[in-house]
Ligand binder design. Sequence first.
Ligand code: MV4
Length: 449
Amino acid sequence: MFQKILIANRGEIALRVLRACKELGIQTVVVHSTADADAMHVRLADESVCIGPPPSRDSYLNIHQIVAACEITGADAVHPGYGFLAENAKFADILAAHNITFIGPSGDHIRVMGDKIEAKRTARRLGIPVVPGSEGAVSDEREAKRIAADIGYPVIIKASAGGGGRGMKVARSEAELEMALNTARSEAGAAFGDDAVYIEKYLEKPRHIELQVFGDGAGAGVYFGERDCSLQRRHQKVWEEGLSPALNESQRARIGNICAKAVADLGYSGAGTIEFLYEDGEFYFIEMNTRLQVEHPVTEAITGIDLVHEQIRVASGGGLSVRQEDIRFQGHAIECRINAEDPRNFTPSPGTITHFHTPGGLGIRVDSGVYSGYRIPPYYDSLIGKLIVHGRNRVECMMRLRRALDEFVVDGIQTTLPLFRDLVGNPDIANGDYDIHWLEKYLAASEQG
Ligand code: MV4
């Protein structure tokens, strides 16, 4: 087991990882920018190292500073959290070269999944169902037209270096294809320095369902059920829940076993998320994330398993604490992302939180690094906390969520709490009847009314 873990992140996830380290009796080091000297995780860590000024590229993304902080403190492993360097293959490689363990998959696995064409090729090879489309990159318009005619319109052009919704263009007919292809290619070249694009059948009304998987790095793989993350705005998840209201047990077991076997065959190590679009009873792979995700507590609530403990165990060579048959799904969980934003137009609302009171009681978890009197710096993303609610079934979970939202107080800044108070009373949400476009349509309609 590790002696000392350096946490290369900030905010609620830094605190989340710190808690797991403490439970395992592992010493902690946090690195932070000058803007985060007052953060809760900095106060609670055994050691802290200030690594630079507020801008992320000079602190949380500064690989050399972070490696130096490891050397100075004698940390033998790094947990990257999510975002920042969590999916940076070069960072994983550099740590390995310094004999420091990156708590995550190998640099090579990160690299493969970071290239969306390579990721899709790999998924297909491993027997994961993918969206119909080009086998690899599309070279020219003639090829694009041939493939589009074959799979049928509408189609979507995606950047191989994109992901998370960046660099996509829909073409509804052959007349629109040339423009979509050229725009996607030039935007990809400008944004990512890689103009490779691929083409897929465009699915009109899918849900976004993602499977939590784990590899032990020694040829075993398991799945921890799925999360339904269809409620998004501008590719930012707002509400996540598990298990998905859209799936039954046999559908779950079928896709779960495919994914667990794929992860095993890959020799993958650590936590991963396999993202699918789900429409008319079929799963279509889109991307794989090679990190712990923001919404991982949903899975922890329904399985009772601490996923950060598992990450640390696997990275230290101790393997997973569970086999597939030990993983059972209990009840239902919903996570609401509480952002420091105007709940109507989502503009950031940094500033001082004058009063912060979190809900409690059975089935309630709040992951947050903020406190009364804390000043939210303007330099980073606006997530200030996550409310995760668990119940024996979805109805109980929703009742408890409504009550928890009533108790939650965040004064001094604007937050997205009022949006969740609206959503929890909405009939479509109560019925689990929504797709990836539901939230944007709902917000557009509320703006009118
Ligand atoms: C799609 C799609 C429809 N058809 N691919 C957006 C984020 C990126 N991970 C993939 N995305 C999409 N890919 C095909 N073939 C629709 C989306 C999409 C979306 C996906 C998940 C959650 C929200 C979304 C919002 C708009 C578009």
